[in-house]
Design a protein around this ligand. Sequence first.
Ligand SMILES: Cc1cc2nc3c(=O)[nH]c(=O)nc-3n(C[C@H](O)[C@H](O)[C@H](O)COP(=O)(O)OP(=O)(O)OC[C@H]3O[C@@H](n4cnc5c(N)ncnc54)[C@H](O)[C@@H]3O)c2cc1C
Length: 416
Amino acid sequence: MTRLSTYDAIIIGAGPAGSSVALALALRGWAVAIVEKSAFPRRKVCGEYISASNIALLDRLDIGDAWRANAGPEVRRVGFFSSETCVEAPMPGAKYGLAANDGFGRALGRDVLDALLLQAARSAGAEIFQPCRAVAIERDEDMQRVRIQARDENSGDETTTLRAPVIVGAHGSWEPGPLPSQLQKTSHPSDLLGFKAHFTGSSLAPDLMPLLAFSGGYGGMVLADHGRLSISCCIRRDMLARLRRNRSSGWDGPKQDGQVSAAEAVFRHLMASCRGVSDALDGVHLDGPWLAAGPIQPGIRSCYERDIFRVGNAAGESHPIIAEGISMALQSGWLLAEELARAPRGRAGRELAGRRYQAAWRELFSTRVHAAAVLARIALSPAGPALMAAAVRNFPRALTLGAHMSGKTRPIPGLV
Ligand SMILES: Cc1cc2nc3c(=O)[nH]c(=O)nc-3n(C[C@H](O)[C@H](O)[C@H](O)COP(=O)(O)OP(=O)(O)OC[C@H]3O[C@@H](n4cnc5c(N)ncnc54)[C@H](O)[C@@H]3O)c2cc1C
């Protein structure tokens, strides 16, 4: 069956970027459709930490109170765990210009955050197509058509076509697909694969978020909502393959194709590489299965191309070593909505909004993307973890400065 509905904008993907732009446009009276392939709530590979610089924006998106009520404890200290080194320093907070009562970031599970944002978009009037996958974008004079597919157990795939002049790619960057805004899949030994798990019963200090540096990767952990510890990391593809082979001999846990599972290999590597991790995870319980994603695709892309706008990871991605991806997703969605709303309708207006949005994106995010790339390169070099450990042991405040420089205290201009 084929139906055709027309909107002002169609948003593909309901992560923080997609819901943020949909919500901001719907609040301005735009007729918006969101297409999301997964049913919610769903967990996601992510550390789940949100900087305090977003709290004013969460309020403008009408989920500030729900976020405050649900998120984990305030993260007042930033840490560094590598081998035997465990160092901590103050997280930059209110004195760096953030509101005193909301001066610290907190972590909230993506199963909760993404559902809250999408529900707020629905309440603001956005129409949600879920679970539905966008499979094609085709030009239709001054409009574009988006073909979406919902899987029906009885009748097979049901196809619907939506039409709008504005299309926003908010589908992230980790999955390849047929849309012109989606990225190609890569497969190189140096690719970084993402892993994540929740645990209960951890002894990590509630106000501490340590960066983890280990051979072949980096990661982080933080206490999120409902007492869940969120631990996440990126690891090189070649290191993961080596760990799976090495662990298979003498290991009597679950194996696939004669190798231990990727998640088990990552978990054991983290436990063996960082004393701070093995101490914090002593006696914990796994809460839900390990998740894997990637490879991640850090870099800056075009924000507007072939009449499609991009937000969140689709527009540009920082290495998650600085835990700023949710900020960039939420904030880029808001920036795009502002530019679309103030530009005249029509093709010339879209071009103008695209140019202004791209300039605003680069002004706000380029520095942190580049800073994260430098930091990740150091962490991933053979001597990197030891070098970083020596540096922060001698100068713990480097952690505070690093958090400040990575954008953790930089809200969208005009939204404090
Ligand atoms: C290991 C790791 C740890 C991280 N830790 C943090 C952290 O602590 N803090 C932080 O701020 N950031 C962190 N990040 C980064 C953060 O997860 C991402 O930057 C963020 O999820 C990007 O949001 P997004 O909305 O752009 O994309 P996504 O969150 O990827 O959402 C995209 C959505 O689009 C949907 N979709 C995809 N294709 C289609 C399609 N064809 N049709 C319909 N729907 C589609 C997907 O199902 C998904 O729901 C981490 C990343 C990694 C890898």
